[in-house]
Design a protein around this ligand. Structure first.
Ligand code: FAD
Length: 397
């Protein structure tokens, strides 16, 4: 049986590793296609973006994780999927066919139609995109030193105060003193402004934890502006919906994601490019096509969509792998519909500060920060064992 997995992020990689663990050699012909030769820890990307963690710490070569005797790996970009013909077209023209398909291509940026955003804003999406941000921040410090009348070079605007935006401003605020020292800049010139259209930051977190987050970030000098939609982004900064203009040399957009645009062309129902899957995570009407992670949308018992997270993508990957093993060995799926087990969420606020909910506990400060590291290290352990934890893990950083 030919099993084809598209994407080696949280969902796709977990599917592949679980199949690798459960299947014997030659029980199936498994192929994984991914744009890059590596898996990246998306949940850490805010740190290399701010420059507080080297980029190579968030990259893991896929060949260090997968057994090439069991899994064939293709480094290519998927350009088209035909569910009817059971085929996948790659950018180099190759056509791959499959018996079972797992689509785990992640997400694209949601711009909400904001003018100039695609052209002028940076995004925290991939290893390459965060490298650009890090380099650009340093360049802005150097540029300000050459043109000290332009204090706007050191105004950093972050659009969106959800998980990614908050984690990034926390980290950037930690990096600023180091940059000021390096470039001999008065820290008072530097501004970090976090702009959010909604009335509050960090949706989904308890109000008292949000309050703590706001206090911590304000203490680090971050300006937080809620109820403030951005209307346009230009090379000079942003224009807000109320007409106010803020000059800035750097705009980083973290305001939202939608599914991968490839999903829109599958011919099945989607919500913001995320496929509406059946209770077994299959494309409706297809018994051998699974769509997981940010590429699909799953609802809870109150018909509220689960937010797209690594946590759900990993659980979906494990579930789908088990169903595929059953399909291979028994000719049918054995598991009940997919059920998400929420294990909590912790958001970092920079060095040794975080907030979160784990089980019944609401945690903050150093405890939450340690918990975040534990969660991150546990993920590394699940994909690469202790050696990977020691190589890429975080310890009291
Ligand atoms: P991804 O992990 O994005 O993987 C998709 C893979 O497909 C990538 O390897 C990509 O290169 C590849 N790909 C995409 N298009 C193509 C193509 N056309 N051809 C070939 N390959 C392709 N979630 C949490 O649970 N906890 C957190 O703390 C958390 N923090 C986050 C912090 C940041 C800064 C960000 C950006 C996200 C965070 N998330 C967090 C969300 C989480 O990262 C995503 O929900 C998760 O990555 C989704 O997994 P996925 O497998 O669907 O997609």
């Amino acid at each position: 049986m030919k099993v084809l997995i598209l994407g080696a992020g949280y969902g796709g990689l977990m599917t592949a590793l679980q199949l690798q663990k459960e299947l014997d050699y030659n029980e199936a012909e498994i192929t994984i296609v991914n744009k890059h030769s590596y898996h990246y820890i998306t949940t850490h990307l805010h740190a290399p973006a701010a420059g507080t963690l080297p980029t190579n710490r968030v990259k893991i070569e896929l060949d260090d994780l997968i057994d090439r005797e069991k899994i064939n790996r293709i480094q290519q970009e998927v350009v088209e999927i035909s569910l009817e013909n059971k085929s996948v077209k790659l950018k180099d023209g190759q056509i791959l066919v499959y018996d079972v398909l797992v689509i785990a291509l992640g997400s694209d940026i949601e711009t909400f139609g904001i003018k100039g955003l695609k052209e002028h804003a940076f995004v925290i999406r991939s290893v390459n995109s965060v490298r650009l941000i890090r380099e650009h921040i340093e360049y802005m410090f150097a540029k300000y030193k050459a043109e000290p009348d332009h204090s706007e070079y050191l105004t950093f605007i972050v659009g969106g105060a959800g998980f990614t935006g908050i984690e990034f401003v926390g980290e950037l605020a930690d990096r600023v003193p180091e940059l000021c020292k390096e470039f001999d800049v008065n820290p008072e010139v530097v501004r970090i402004i976090n702009i959010e259209a909604a009335p509050t930051v960090l949706p989904g977190f308890e109000p008292n934890l949000v309050e703590h987050a706001m206090e911590v970030l304000k203490g680090k000098g971050v300006e937080i502006r809620t109820n403030t939609p951005i209307k346009e982004v230009t090379a000079e900064g942003v224009t807000l919906a109320n007409g106010e203009q803020i000059k800035s040399g750097t705009v980083v957009w973290t305001g939202g994601v939608r599914g991968n645009k490839i999903i829109d062309n599958l011919g099945i129902e989607t919500i913001r490019s995320r496929a509406k899957v059946d209770p077994y995570l299959r494309a409706p009407g297809y018994k051998d096509i699974f769509i997981i992670g940010d590429s699909s949308i799953v609802f809870d018992e109150n018909v509220k969509p689960y937010p797209p997270t690594a946590q759900i993508a990993v659980q979906e990957g494990e579930y789908v792998a088990k169903q595929i093993v059953s399909l291979i060995r028994n000719g049918e799926m054995k598991l009940k519909p997919f059920k998400f087990q929420y294990r909590g969420t912790v958001a970092s606020l920079g060095r040794r500060e975080a907030i979160g909910t784990v089980g019944r506990w609401k945690i903050k400060g150093m405890t939450a920060s340690l918990m975040k590291q534990l969660i991150d290290n546990r993920y590394l352990y699940s994909i690469g064992g202790l050696p990977l934890v020691f190589k890429k893990g975080k310890f009291l950083g």
